[in-house]
Write a protein that binds this ligand. Structure first.
Ligand SMILES: [Zn+2]
Length: 74
């Protein structure tokens, strides 16, 4: 997959996180709940983890993943 930002070949991998993983319109503490209409909580598990297959661009740092494509626990 080509990076949509810089055009370099992206590296496949997994986006993983602990208690909360979110993509929010305005930056705020990850421990806080979403507060903006555009905030999207991608995963919320009190005692679990999130695990998404995706791609990272080693050139510019862009990460791409599908938040509906969560993997089962290892
Ligand atoms: Zn890139």
């Amino acid at each position: 997959m080509r990076c949509p930002q810089c055009g370099e070949e992206m590296q496949p991998g997994f986006l993983q996180a602990g208690n909360l993983l979110a993509f929010n319109r305005n930056r705020h503490k990850i421990s806080l709940n979403p507060r903006d209409e555009g905030d999207v909580v991608i995963a919320r598990k009190a005692f679990g983890s999130a695990d998404f297959p995706g791609f990272i661009c080693r050139g510019c740092g862009l990460v791409v993943f599908n938040c509906r494509d969560v993997l089962t626990r290892l």
